[in-house]
Design a protein around this ligand. Structure first.
Ligand code: PEP
Ligand code: MG
Length: 854
């Protein structure tokens, strides 16, 4: 066997090239090891990168086409690459790869992402020249291979004609909203499970039923006639299965349309807040960012962008992809900087994480594989993004599902660079508008200019999504979960958007516009008045004071919370210390953070919640076992009790902070400068065990006593509050989770979001039981869930007997003002009435009776 020869080592954009002619590895694994050994010997990689290449092969297929394979390592192992390099094994006898493909040129890649795309660009050029590839399989010249990998060549690709396949049936689309993404993906799933080819024809247009994009491109509407046909292995079975899938969805699609119609009827019902008088057409969703705004709507192109498959020479296609990726990376860097300046580092992190996604070598490889198969670059890129995003979304993990949305978002940016025509929907009109979109990704929202976008309405999404949070930060009124009907609104229709009540009123009368403007002026004046008084305590007119805290996770945010009127921090979610970094913070790191919080608060109360990991808050680097129902699994205190390695350093850090930063004469009880709180408590034995551990660690550290409280988030804990109160110093009610568990509604579920109302009478009764149980043992009760920041919710909570409310700083002035304008006696009566109501809507209807001064 010949020794490898390095070529072109000096070109900065070219990786080192090592060629071994006449290789004859025994199998695929031996081939990868041999190529990895070349790269290791040349100093391009550290030896373990070879193992990483083998691991990659286990999870994806690196066969590019025409006998060329491109083994490469996993993204996480990129640090093992010292210098970009290529090791080419020429295997004249061929070697079996995935799916019966035979590989003759094994091009092992050790590269950072930029080099990876450069290599792929060259390979995709080469691959269209089959004669040349044939020669390379047996050439005795290393230079010929090296040259081929650095040169351009081109050959046009072609497409085939379209006709029906052997067996067929005709069907008239009876889905009221046509073939949209949800039913189409079910068709695709069914088709992919069949070995036969299946296609759908509408008129002259034909789509492969295994390809989602192609199906959506048909643009099928209710009433369209289609022919579905199959050919190949078990074609009759395939046709029967696809027929069952297609027709089986009809009832569900009709029911969904019916639900939409009912939602429209409900939307017309009056809401607590501003109501139009002239009954304009109304679309209802969920209020996500408060405020009333008036202007023309602008509908962004649907997420289901139809990307035409226009094959082109691989040379230019690969060049365009390369350029598009580079430009998008630059754009995202600029947007990250801009977001950091406008919204802060945490929000900017959302954008920079997206830039990582387009550096994914699997994604780039897949796009190139599709181009080699003959697809156009825009189509190939979009299809690669969709497939990867589908794979992420299909894993059933909410965190990965969010990554799928991010991937689609950033994928659209690249698509816009490949073909600007595919972005026309994103051009905003010159006049300020209310933006309507299927869903807005965080980067879209962060990039919005509040002078041009005066309101946001999305068909999907939930009130706790990043998009909703960013809209609130930007102060843009927003509504989410408005349903697909939103997308049918015509551009430039004049509308009133109420982000408080989650309503979009179309074509309102002049009288309604004038009334909305007057309401808005009053709201603005009221907000200004509330802000002026934000430093005053939340004391009712009859002299009952409610303690007010901010939900703050890090010391930098304390000054803003105090400025908004917080009297302390009622909830510090410490899991964010773990979620925001790639490793577990040490005891010393945690100590520094808690000490900094105590210093920033200068003696005001701080309630630190120990780690609440699990549910939707998954920490990748902890590698916790995957659970079917993570919200009902090892979460919060349950995890802490199973993982002393996580809990004990945290408790030691907290007690050390108490020892060093809480003065001996500091107040105790609810005014104590530091309290510790345990999340997701279900039972008394859990509390006893946790108390025992806390006491042991406090003794070891030599710290003073620190009040120990528990979160009431599980109905069992609320029902047994009296028993739990015996063993802890205070309660804080997590209404977000208490609502989810009491109503059996996953708090991430967009479909059920309108029903997951924390003011449901069942939740209020649980809160009432909690307050009664606590009172029996003289314990105080706080609420740190979202409803504490809703002025009406805050009034009900105070009436139910809650002593302290903790919320996002932005909500503080409004809640304090509302409580100051109320009488405790009236709030108690109101709370009891609320508990007697039959549903959440009736509770909310009581709001009118409690308007300031009522
Ligand atoms: C809650 O559940 O209301 C709460 C405050 O905890 P989190 O939102 O962090 O789960
Ligand atoms: Mg919770």
């Amino acid at each position: 066997m010949l020794a490898p020869t390095p070529h072109f080592p000096s070109l900065r954009t070219s990786p080192r090239l090592l060629v071994r002619l006449g290789a004859a590895p025994a199998d695929k694994e031996a081939a990868i090891r041999e190529a990895a050994a070349l790269l290791t010997a040349a100093g391009c990689i550290e030896a373990p990168y070879g193992e990483s290449m083998l691991r990659r092969e286990g999870v994806s297929n690196t066969y590019l086409g025409h006998g060329v394979v491109i083994p490469h390592g996993m993204v996480d192992d990129r640090h093992l690459v010292r210098e970009s390099g290529l090791a080419v094994l020429q295997v004249p006898g061929g070697i079996a790869w995935h799916d019966g493909h035979i590989a003759h040129l094994i091009v092992a890649i050790a590269a950072q992402s930029d080099a990876h795309i450069t290599v792929l660009r060259r390979l995709t050029r080469l691959i269209q020249d089959e004669d040349r590839l044939e020669r390379l399989r047996s050439t005795a010249s290393e230079a010929e291979i090296a040259t081929a990998l650095t040169e351009d060549s081109a050959a046009p690709a072609s497409t085939g004609p379209a006709t029906d396949l052997r067996q067929r049936f005709d069907w008239t689309v009876d889905y009221p909203t046509g073939l949209h993404a949800r039913p189409a993906s079910h068709w695709v799933e069914t088709a992919r499970a069949c070995p036969a080819r299946i296609q759908v024809r509408h008129g002259d247009q034909v789509a492969d039923a295994k390809n989602l994009i192609a199906l959506l491109q048909l643009g099928l509407r209710c009433g369209d006639e289609v022919t579905i046909s199959a050919e190949g292995d078990d074609e009759a079975g395939a046709l029967a299965r696809i027929c069952a899938a297609v027709t089986g969805l009809s009832a569900g699609e009709k029911a969904a349309a019916q639900r939409a119609a009912e939602a429209a009827a409900k939307a017309a019902a009056p809401v607590a807040g501003w109501n139009p008088s002239d009954r304009p057409q109304t679309l209802a969703g969920i209020g996500a960012s408060p405020g009333l705004t008036i202007g023309p709507v602008h509908v962004l192109a649907a997420a289901e962008i139809v990307v035409p498959d226009a094959p082109e020479p691989l040379t230019s296609g690969a060049d365009r992809l390369h350029r598009a990726l580079a430009v998008t990376r630059g754009q995202l860097e600029a947007l990250t900087d801009d977001t950091a300046r406008r919204l802060g580092k945490a929000d900017a992190g959302i954008i920079s994480a997206q830039a990582e996604l387009i550096a994914d070598t699997d994604l780039i490889t897949l796009a190139c594989q599709l181009m080699v198969e003959g697809h156009g670059v825009a189509f190939a890129w979009n299809e690669a993004v969709e497939r990867m995003a589908d794979r992420l979304a299909a894993l059933g993990n909410p965190v990965l599902a969010a990554r799928a949305a991010d991937l689609r978002d950033v994928g659209r940016r690249v698509l816009a660079q490949i073909d600007p025509a595919l972005t026309s929907g994103h051009d905003l009109p010159d006049v300020p508008c209310i933006l309507i979109a299927p869903d807005l990704a965080p980067s879209d929202t962060a990039g919005l200019d509040p002078t041009r976008v005066i309101g946001l309405a999305t068909a999907q999404g939930g009130p706790t999504s990043h998009t909703a949070i960013l809209a609130r930060t930007l102060g843009i009124p927003a509504m989410v979960a408005g349903g697909p009907g939103l997308l049918a609104v015509e551009n430039r229709t004049r509308a009133i958007l109420d982000g408080t009540t989650g309503r979009l009123y179309l074509d309102p009368s002049e009288a309604d516009i004038a009334a909305a403007e007057a309401w808005r002026t009053r709201q603005r004046e009221q907000a200004e008045a509330e802000a002026r008084e934000r430093a005053k305590p939340a004391e009712t007119r009859d002299g009952h004071r409610i303690a007010i805290g901010g939900n703050v996770n890090n010391p930098d945010q304390v000054p803003l919370a105090l400025d908004q009127g917080a009297e302390g921090v009622g909830l510090m979610r410490t899991e964010f210390l773990f979620l925001e970094r790639g490793d577990t913070p040490s005891e010393d790191d945690q100590y520094e953070t808690y000490a900094a919080m105590l210093k920033a608060l200068a003696g005001r109360p701080l309630i630190v919640r120990t780690l609440d990991i699990g549910g939707d808050k998954q920490v990748a680097h902890l590698h916790l076992p995957k659970e079917e129902n993570p919200f009902l699994g090892v979460r919060g205190a349950r995890l802490l009790l199973r993982r002393p390695d996580l809990m004990e350093p945290q408790l030691r850090a907290l007690y050390r902070a108490a020892k060093d930063h809480v003065p001996a004469d500091a107040p105790t009880g609810k005014d104590a400068p530091l309290s510790i709180m345990m999340p997701m408590i279900t039972s008394v034995p859990e509390v006893l065990k946790l108390r025992e551990i806390c006491e042991r660690i406090r003794g070891e550290v030599g710290a003073p006593p620190v009040p120990l409280g528990i979160m009431i988030e599980v109905p069992a804990a609320a029902i047994q509050a009296d028993a739990l109160a015996r063993h802890c110093d205070f309660f804080s009610i997590g209404t977000n989770d208490l609502t989810q568990y009491a109503l059996a509604i996953d708090r991430q579920n967009t479909d059920l979001a309108p029903e997951a109302d924390s003011l449901h009478p069942a939740v209020l009764r649980l809160i009432h039981m909690t307050c009664e149980g606590a009172a029996r043992h003289g314990r105080y009760v706080g609420v740190c869930g979202g409803i504490a920041g809703d002025p009406f919710g805050a009034c009900l909570l105070a009436g139910l007997g809650v002593d302290e409310l903790s919320m996002t700083p932005r909500d503080l002035p409004g809640v304090k003002a509302r409580l100051r304008a109320s009488d405790m006696a009236a709030l108690k009566a109101l709370a009891l009435r609320a508990c007697e109501q039959e549903d959440a809507a009736s509770v909310r209807a009581l709001d009118a009776s409690l308007a300031p001064g009522a």
